[in-house]
Each structure stands twice: as C-alpha cells, then as structure tokens.
Write a protein that binds this ligand. Structure first.
Ligand code: FAD
Ligand code: SF4
Ligand code: SF4
Length: 383
C-alpha cells in the first residue's frame, strides 16, 4: 500500500485512456476511479478545444467522458481556482477532483485562506510544470521559427529542454533556450516560476525521473498526502492503475532536473527584475499609462475576488471611464494582491494593452516577501 512520501511509477490499464494520455494515463485513470468510487462528485480538468492551442476547462460527472481530458496542453494557461469559486460555489456543496499546475494549486490555497473555496471538498492531482506557452505566441513561433503552418500541427510537447512539434509530414524540436533568446518559448512568468513540483497537492505527477523501459509509458508520482495515498491505493485495487517503485537512479535524475529548473527560475528573476531597474515605480507608471481600463486583470486574477467597482470604491482619484487612468488605479490593484500574487501570468496574458503586469506584481510580491517574510499561512511555497 502506498503512503505519504512514496515515489512511484504509475500507468493505466484502461486502453482508451492510454491511447490519449500524455505519459501512461495515471492522472486520468485516478480521476476515473475517483468518480466511479464516488470519492468525488465531479472532476474539473482540461481538454482540447477548437485546436491544440485552445485549452478548455471541463466539468465531468460521467466517468466514461474522462478520456477526452487526457494529454498535456502546454498552451493551456488558464487557471482553475477562480472558476471553482465563481461557478461551483467554491466546492461548498460537492466533492471535486481538479488537475492543477503549481500556479493553479497556489490559487486554490489563496482562495481557501480567504474562505472562498472549501479545500476539504477538493482533491488535487498536481502536474509538474516546466512552463506553458502563450497560445498566440505559440502559433507565431511555429510559423516563424519552425517554418510550419500552426494549423498542420497535431501534437506539441516540451521534452529535454526542447519544444517539439509533430505535424503532417514530420516532427521538429528546437531548444527552449534558443526560442527564449529570440523572444518565444515559455511565458515570462513561467520562466521566473519556482514551483515546479506541486507538493502541496495530494499527488504530484510528471515525467521527470521516469527512466528505463517505463520512459514515456508511465508517470512519476510523488504521494503528498493521506488523501492522495487513499486515491492511489483505491485505483490500484480497482485494477485501473498499476504501479512500481521508482527507479533510484530516476529519483536522482528528477531531483537534479528540479534543482536545475529552480536555478533557471532564479536566473530569470534576476534578469527580469534587474531590467526594471532602480526606477521600478517610474517604469510601472510609464507602462500602465496605456491601460484602457477594461478590468480584465481584475476579473481574471485567480486570487482576487472583489469587483472592479468595489476595489476602487472610496478612491477620490480613480474615476470611472477616466483615461489614461490615474496611477492610483494600478497602485491600488498591486497593493491589493501584494501578499497573494502567485505569478500565474493571467493578468499579463489577457491584458489587451500588453502591459507586463505579472512582472510588476511579481517584483512587488518578491520584494515584500524579502522585507516582511512570507506570511502565506500553513502553506509555504517559494513563488
Ligand atoms: P494524463 O492522463 O494524460 O492527464 C493529464 C491531465 O492534465 C488531465 O487531467 C488534463 O486535463 C490535465 N491538463 C492538461 N493540460 C493542462 C493544463 N494546461 N493545465 C492544467 N491541467 C492540464 N512534467 C514534468 O515532469 N516536467 C515538466 O516540465 C512538465 N511540464 C508540464 C507542463 C504543462 C503545461 C502540463 C499540463 C504538464 C506538464 N508536465 C510536466 C506533466 C506531464 O506532462 C503529465 O501531465 C504528467 O506526467 C501526467 O501524465 P499522465 O499520462 O498521467 O496524464
Ligand atoms: Fe507552470 Fe509555474 Fe507557469 Fe504556472 S506559472 S504554468 S506552474 S511554470
Ligand atoms: Fe488596464 Fe490591461 Fe488591466 Fe485592462 S487588463 S484594466 S488594459 S492593465
């Protein structure tokens, strides 16, 4: 029986899931078991939408429908926590299972701390995350750098430091370093991210450390909680999931890769924060002057659940409709999330004025943490 702290290789015996899955289908098989055994009432996961670059959230109650959620969508930058708060009443009245990247997971904790999500009703399967790519930039990158029509691509993956595509007529990989040097590759918030293995979820799954004959056919599972151990043991008992102890060499490799990713994250932080220079507030002032006050950054922030009107209420300086906005509009928003920003990049991703909002809030958050020590409650994450 698996217990908290165990490290395993896991794969499914379900043929339909195996065919569609990223690395052996353990995650989807675990969800299928969770639904069939009524451990959860519903699973909230992600599926391919209009095309490969379009990740859609999907709410599933019928286990037969789960196979459509198998596979990793690296252009899926959406965050799940706010959707659970907004549309599922913060899981107050039902038990749900959610697949989470590190930033998704932090969003859940931040909302739970503010009593907007009931974590007792949530099981989280975390996926390790080296980073995600903006859907629009991915299309441009594939056309410009790979010389391939993005609509002809049927699979993308990130493996061994490369962005790899499969398309009608072949496959091609280019190193992330080269792509990022040219202004493509992972989103800038992802480059700075240091939450690569989501250990505060119930299980943390990924490909790092899967070696030998299981490479590409199984996922590496770190059991992070009793809840996670119960889910895993139940799935094995039901026959949908098979496991074996992780190869000790694989454990070493996984730790090394994680360490290298954390160093890389630190390098990007230094670079990006240094570029803000000594005049960070002047830069913020200048860049935010082109804001059109659409409120997308407020509405899509996974940790902020106020309304734009409530956030600005009482400010004599921030008037509705005023453009360019008084700098207080942005300063209020940054102050509001200064202790909670999880650097998920949603604000920047969805800003129609292309303002580097995530960089600003992340820099403010990191500076605040350094000065006051992180006050993130029972969960400690270094993001
Ligand atoms: P499957 O059974 O195929 O299930 C995959 C699950 O992931 C499904 O529930 C699906 O809905 C969900 N999902 C797919 N895309 C997203 C998304 N964008 N956001 C949230 N959920 C999503 N592992 C590593 O070891 N190193 C990495 O660098 C790494 N980077 C990743 C980056 C991204 C953006 C994602 C989504 C995953 C990454 N993984 C990484 C995890 C890895 O790709 C597999 O998801 C994991 O090994 C589980 O494999 P599986 O076959 O069991 O999953
Ligand atoms: Fe992954 Fe971190 Fe980017 Fe979130 S912020 S998508 S966890 S790399
Ligand atoms: Fe302004 Fe961009 Fe926020 Fe819209 S998303 S309110 S344009 S900063």
């Amino acid at each position: 029986m698996a217990k908290k702290g165990d490290m395993l290789y896991a794969w499914t015996n379900d043929a339909e899931i195996k065919k569609k899955a990223e690395l052996g289908g353990a995650v989807t098989a675990l969800w299928k078991h969770a639904l069939e055994s009524k451990m959860v009432d519903a699973v909230f996961a992600v599926r391919k939408g209009a095309d490969l670059y379009d990740a859609q959230p999907v709410f599933i109650t019928d286990p037969k429908e789960l196979a459509q959620t198998a596979g990793s969508l690296h252009c899926g930058t959406l965050l799940m926590a706010k959707l659970v708060k907004k549309y599922l009443d913060g899981a107050a009245n039902m038990k749900i299972g959610v697949t989470v990247k590190g930033c998704d997971m932090m969003g859940f904790y931040e909302l739970a701390k503010r009593k907007q999500i009931d974590l007792d009703n949530v099981i989280m399967i975390g996926v390790n995350c080296g980073g995600s790519v903006s859907p629009t930039l991915a299309r441009k990158m594939i056309a410009d750098k790979f010389g391939v029509d993005p609509d002809k691509v049927h699979k993308e993956e990130i493996d061994k430091g490369q962005f790899i595509i499969e398309y009608e007529g072949g496959h091609k990989g280019i190193s992330m370093d080269e792509l990022e040097e040219a202004g493509y590759g992972r989103r800038s918030n992802c480059r700075r991210c240091k939450l690569k293995v989501p250990r505060q979820a119930d299980l943390a799954c990924g490909n790092w450390g899967v070696i030998g004959e299981k490479a590409g056919k199984a996922t590496f599972v770190e059991v992070c909680s009793e809840k996670g151990a119960n889910l895993l043991n139940g799935a094995v008992k039901s026959g949908i999931l098979a496991t074996e102890a992780a190869n000790p060499k694989g454990l070493e490799i996984r730790a090394k890769v994680e360490g290298a990713m954390l160093k890389l994250g630190e390098k990007w932080r230094k670079k990006d924060f240094a570029a803000l220079g000594a005049n960070m507030w002047e830069t913020i002032n200048k860049e935010t002057a082109r804001c059109i006050k659409c409120y997308s950054c407020i509405e899509n922030c996974p940790v902020c659940f106020t309304t734009p009107e409530a956030l600005m209420k009482g400010s004599l300086m921030v008037k509705p409709g005023e453009l360019p906005p008084n700098p207080m509009f942005h300063l209020r928003r940054f102050a509001h999330i200064s202790d909670t920003c999880v650097n998920c990049g949603q604000c920047e991703e969805l800003c129609p004025a292309d303002i580097p909002l995530a960089l600003f809030s992340h820099a403010i958050r990191v500076e605040g943490d350094a000065a006051y020590e992180s006050k993130l409650g029972k969960v400690t994450y270094t993001n």
